[in-house]
Every structure is written in C-alpha cells, then in structure tokens.
Design a protein around this ligand. Structure first.
Ligand SMILES: Nc1ncnc2c1ncn2[C@@H]1O[C@H](COP(=O)(O)OP(=O)(O)OP(=O)(O)O)[C@@H](O)[C@H]1O
Ligand SMILES: [Mg+2]
Length: 373
C-alpha cells in the first residue's frame, strides 16, 4: 500500500472512530462469523461491557436465548442464500446486558463488503422508555374508555331512575289514598274509581317513558309533531296536581291566546315542564305560589316560563344547577335540569334560569315555533 493510501485509511479510521464515539445509538461491527470487531461507547453503556472485554467475542453474548444459540445459523443462512431477513429492514429484537437483564431494542443492520468477506454493522437503540410510555398510554386509554363507558351508563341509569321515579311515586300516593278511603269505611265508589283511573294513567306514563328510553337506546329520532304548548302545560299540570296539593303550593297558569304551535315531542317537553314544576314545589323553604306563563317572542319563539316565590337560586350556583348530579336535595338525583336542558337543546331551543327581582326563581323553556313561513 502506498503512503498516501495509508494516510487516507488512517484518516478514515479516525473519522469513523469519532463518529462512533459521538453516536447516541449503540453501534457495533461484526465479521461473517459473528465476531465483534467494533463496540462503541454507547454500546458499552447499553450492554454494560467495556469494549476491551467484548471485542473478539461472538455477538450472540448480547442476546438472550433462544437467539443466542441460533444467531450463528442466521448469519450462515444469509451468507448462503443472500436472503435479507433483517438487513435493510430493521426490527424490534431482544438484548441481554452484562447483568443478565433482557430488554427490547430496535436493531438495524447494514452489510459491508470487505474484500471477499462480508461484515455487518448493527445500530441499536434502547426502546425501554418508549415501550414503557406505550404501555402506559395503552393502559390510560383502556382506563379512559372504561370510565367513559361507566360514566355514560351511570348517567343513563340516573336519568332512568329520575324519570321512572315520578310516576312510581304518584302510583304509591294514589294506592295510599285508596287504602285510606277503604279503611275509613266511607267508600265512595266514584272517588275510588277516579283514584284507580289516575293510578292507571301513571302506570301508562311509566310505560311510555320506558318506551322512549328504548327508542333513545335505538337512536331513533324523537317523535316530533306540530303541537300546542298550552296543551302540553295543561297535561303537566294535571300530573303535578298531587304533589302541589301535598306541599300546599298553588299553581296558576296564565294561558296565552293565539300561541303559535311548536315543533316538539309533546311527551318530552311535558317532562321538562313537569321537572320545572316539581323543582319549584320542592324548594326549601317551600314556594307558596307558582306562576306558569306561556308567551311568544315574535313569530320565531315560544316561551313557557315557570316562576316560583321560593328562596331563588344562590347566584354562585346558577351556572352549576344544570350539571348532571348537581343537587342540594337529600334525595335528589341532580339529573332533572340536566336532562331537561338536553331535551330542549335537541329541539333547537334553550332552557334559561334566572332569579326574579321580587324573589324566587324563574325558568324559561324557549322553543322555535312551527309557523310555516
Ligand atoms: N326553582 C328552584 N329554586 C331554587 N333552586 C332550584 C330550583 N330548581 C332547581 N334548583 C336547584 O338546582 C338543583 C338541581 O335541580 P335538578 O332538578 O337538576 O335536580 P334535583 O331537583 O336536585 O334532583 P331531582 O330532579 O332528581 O329531584 C336543585 O337541587 C336546586 O338546588
Ligand atoms: Mg329536580
């Protein structure tokens, strides 16, 4: 070899060494028998062997079984067939360090033709951290999905409990009234029939609610029709009658003539009105009077306002009362307003709350009219 080419080779070696030393990845070179010829600083750190101890050894010492015993045959097969199972592809493999710990690695291999013999450069990246992060992310994802499922289920269950509880309470109250009537010895047949009629109506209502929930689960669109809001409020009033009497609250309905019809699911909107009336009845201290007023804001919107003369809503809670599960009542589910708001929103309307200047709270159901232009 000439002096010049000697110098060139030395220079190339020096550059190569500098590169190897600076590389973050572990880099090693093996010959066609798997014997380690180069082992850089990062490799020393990763595998825990000083280069001096590892040079000249078979690369298989850096692998756990079964790869350790099989590695020589991998190289032999490649040399025989020219088939590339890893060269130029790279893959995730397992390594074993001086302490015997096994860990995941990303390995990419390049072949160097050195005269008639082949050598192989392996670039190795430690992926323990990445694996840990991936595992954590996967776990978090699973936990999140579980929580979301539970949350939706919990909200559904609370919603169902809330809606079914109302007719059931009414049925229990009617049954009690019928028992009292019978045991008092003054059995008025007509009164008893009336009570039984109301009991039946409540049971039908519970059935209707279940039917609607089934529809909801099937994701069917709500059953909307052009409907008179006054009739909806009257129906809700009839259902609230028992409670109002029980609490000694008077309800006044200020009807509005020529109220434009709305495009609604009457059973759902009736449920909203009933929720608002029940809330107004249940205030502590109790309201004495509830005023329901139907009106329209121009041709576009119809409004049903339920006002009471109870304590009103504490100003700092006004934004919270619509949250699911927010309740100041011992036995409240806190779902009433949350369900009501989502029903009204689904109708393209709004449910608004404010305190009256004269005291008490006021809730407005604002719905778009069904007036054809
Ligand atoms: N008319 C009102 N006056 C004062 N506070 C009200 C009124 N209506 C609702 N609130 C407040 O908003 C809270 C949430 O009402 P919401 O109807 O969502 O649940 P709830 O009435 O507590 O429980 P549930 O509806 O299951 O009986 C109530 O607990 C109460 O603190
Ligand atoms: Mg309520």
């Amino acid at each position: 070899m000439t002096q010049r080419s000697d110098r060139m080779e030395n220079l190339a070696d020096a550059r190569f060494d500098a590169l190897l030393g600076a590389a973050v990845d572990a880099i090693l070179v093996i010959d066609d028998k798997g014997v380690i010829e180069t082992f850089n600083k990062a490799a020393e750190k990763l595998f825990g062997y000083p280069a001096a101890d590892i040079l000249g050894q078979n690369v298989s010492v850096l692998m756990p079984e079964p790869y350790r015993s099989e590695h020589d045959s991998y190289i032999a097969r490649h040399l025989r067939t020219g088939e590339n199972r890893i060269i130029g592809i790279g893959r995730e493999v397992k390594g074993q360090n001086a302490n015997g710990d096994v860990f995941p690695l990303d390995l990419s291999v390049g072949a160097i033709h050195h005269g008639t013999r082949k050598k192989f450069v392996g670039i190795i990246r430690d992926i323990r951290e990445r694996k840990k992060t991936e595992g954590m992310l996967r776990q978090q994802q699973e936990r999140l999905e579980h929580v979301t499922r539970l949350g939706t289920l919990g909200e559904m269950a609370a919603g169902i409990a809330h809606e079914i509880n109302q007719p059931l309470t009414a049925i229990a109250t009617y049954a009690q009234a019928a028992r009292r009537l019978i045991s008092s010895g003054q059995l008025e047949e007509e009164r008893l029939l009336e009570i039984l009629g109301k009991t039946g109506a409540q049971a039908e209502r519970a059935g209707e609610i279940i039917r609607r929930i089934r529809n909801l689960a099937r994701k069917q669109p709500a059953e909307r029709e052009r409907h008179d809001l006054v009739a909806v409020v009257q129906e809700a009033l009839r259902l609230a009658e028992v409670d109002a009497r029980l609490y000694g609250v008077r309800i006044e309905f200020r009807e509005h003539e020529d109220l434009p019809p709305a495009w609604i699911d009457p059973v759902q909107i009736q449920q909203v009105v009933l929720n608002l009336i029940r809330n107004a009845i249940e205030t502590v201290p109790a309201s004495r009077q509830i005023v329901i007023q139907a009106s329209n804001r121009g041709r576009e919107e119809v409004v049903v306002e339920v006002s009471d003369d109870g304590p009103g809503i504490p100003e700092d809670l006004i934004s919270e009362i619509f949250n699911p599960f927010f309740s100041t009542k011992e036995l409240g589910t806190g779902m009433g307003l949350s369900i009501s708001r989502s029903i009204v929103s689904a109708h393209g309307g709004r449910l608004e709350a404010k305190n009256n200047p004269t005291g008490g709270a006021s809730f407005s159901i604002v719905l778009p009219t069904a007036v054809s232009n």
